[in-house]
Design a binder for this molecule. Structure first.
Ligand code: NAP
Length: 255
């Protein structure tokens, strides 16, 4: 099982104060990694949960609606925790509106956080990783959080669908370019997970019933359900996995 051990590794997780980001941060900590928590609000609860696992937690305050803080985020993490072995691009937002009424503001806001910042933070971290991977032979790991809408069209979420479809393509592009430079780039596509992101769907009785009817597991996912996939993709057990989009969806796509 040592292939799954992350002891001594440093993970940087964006959007770590709540939901899937918190679930991933805590599970990476359970596997032994120190974790830098990137958030625009104080991720006090996540910090406590990570430190309870006996590893280091670092809070990095950043608003990821623009690429402006990307270089600083990398520098702060490397300055305090020494380096970055694992990047989890989790921060994301969603805007719901009929396609006929959808605004440019709702398009830009979602594309900026979910796609543009994901790419430029990956670029900043990959520049750092290529610095040490050529020296010590270890591999860097980048994990992007995709969606069912990386594969499907969805309804009333045009910019979200565009961004998450883009995350699928970028995951493959980055894997193609950086595999030979010592970096694995993969994605996790969560199914329907009970978080703030899906609060509106959970509150809509009809949509909630329709969603549950299609999930073979018969329940909403929990943020902790995503953690195991993140540990796998972050670990040396996944050194030969590249450009893959791993669905963790209770069987949604199988139906
Ligand atoms: P969530 O609870 O709303 O978490 C989103 C996280 O991203 C929060 O920590 C949020 O911070 C952060 N974030 C958003 N905009 C940010 C910004 N400008 N700067 C810094 N942080 C920012 O929802 P979630 O479901 O856990 O979402 C996490 C990821 O999973 C997203 O990429 C989402 O698209 C994806 N996903 C979710 C589902 C699902 O069913 N829940 C399914 C597929 C994919 P604040 O708390 O400050 O807003």
């Amino acid at each position: 099982m040592s292939a799954f051990d992350l002891t001594g590794k440093v993970a940087l997780v964006t959007g770590a104060n709540t939901g899937i980001g918190q679930g991933i941060a805590v599970t990476l900590a359970k596997a032994g990694a120190d974790v830098a928590l990137v958030a625009r609000r104080d991720p006090a609860e996540t910090r406590e949960l990570v430190e309870a696992e006996g590893v280091r937690a670092q809070v990095i305050n950043a608003d990821l609606s623009s690429i402006e803080p990307c270089a600083r985020v990398v520098a702060e993490c490397v300055g305090t925790l020494g380096r970055i072995d694992i990047l989890v691009n989790n921060a994301g937002i969603i805007r719901r509106e009929d396609a006929l009424q959808f605004t440019e503001a709702d398009w830009d806001a979602v594309m900026d956080v979910n796609l543009k910042v994901l790419f430029f933070l990956s670029q900043a971290v990959a520049r750092h990783m290529t610095g040490w991977s050529s020296r010590d032979g270890a591999r860097g790991k980048i994990i992007n959080i995709a969606s069912m809408l990386t594969f499907q069209g969805g309804i009333r979420v045009p910019s979200y669908t565009a961004s998450k479809s883009g995350v699928g393509g970028l995951t493959k592009l980055m894997a193609n370019e950086w595999a030979a430079k010592g970096i694995n780039v993969n994605a996790i596509a969560p199914g329907y997970i009970a978080t703030n992101n899906t609060a509106a769907l959970q509150a809509d009785a009809t949509r909630n019933r329709q969603i549950l009817e299609r999930i073979p597991e018969g329940r909403w996912g929990d943020p902790a359900d995503i953690g195991g996939a993140a540990v796998f993709l972050a670990s040396s057990a996944a050194d030969y996995v590249q450009g893959h989009i791993l669905a963790v969806d209770g069987g949604w796509l199988a139906r």
